[in-house]
Ligand binder design. Sequence first.
Ligand code: SF4
Length: 233
Amino acid sequence: MAAKNSHSFTFEENWEEKKRRAKEIVKRLINHYQREKLLTGDPYKTLIYCIISQRMRDEVTNKVGKMLFKKYKNIENIANAPVEEMQEFLRNNGVGLWKTKGEWIVRTSQIILREYRGRVPNKIEELMKLPGIGRKCANIVLAYGFGKQTIPVDTHVNRISKRLGLAPPTVAPEKVEEYLKKLIPEDLWIYINHAMVDHGKRICKPIGPKCHECFFQDLCPYNNNLIKKEDIK
Ligand code: SF4
């Protein structure tokens, strides 16, 4: 890999070389992070958890999600709850952006009930029309709720893909998704999401990545000074 001035990648590498490197990256991820079964089989719960989770720690999301479904047993109960009551519930349980999220949870449930007969749609375009559901959440619902192969690009996947030079450092998350989908076999798309999330939490942290402990040292442009911290958006 040689350094380069470019509008896209910051280093020289042709597509075949990148594909080979991506293959090796996937191989090493599989050696370190299990291919566990993460399918929830419940698209509605996955969707509600995803709304709660925005800018929240996993522990809080999991705790509040469980409490919410204990209090409101099903989609009908949530859709019929007053928005203020849902907001109050979220606020009392330490959820940030409680006002917006409370409204999203109730409104989205009402729409699913009214327009989709209570069944969460399984198309990305339909999911993205629901209040509070952006591309990342839509992909999470497809992947972990329905078991469809896709790659949700969250903050970890975005950062690691760029540090590893699999996607250009300044592109939007949907572009990162496109690059990853071209570089990685389809049957590994869901796996790549959760393996990168694990890697991002344990080693390739947002601030102070532990490159000295990382099994990607030799093939990581960031570790080899071909991508700088300030290049990544
Ligand atoms: S070598 Fe450093 S920057 Fe590269 S993937 Fe590992 S932790 Fe992240």
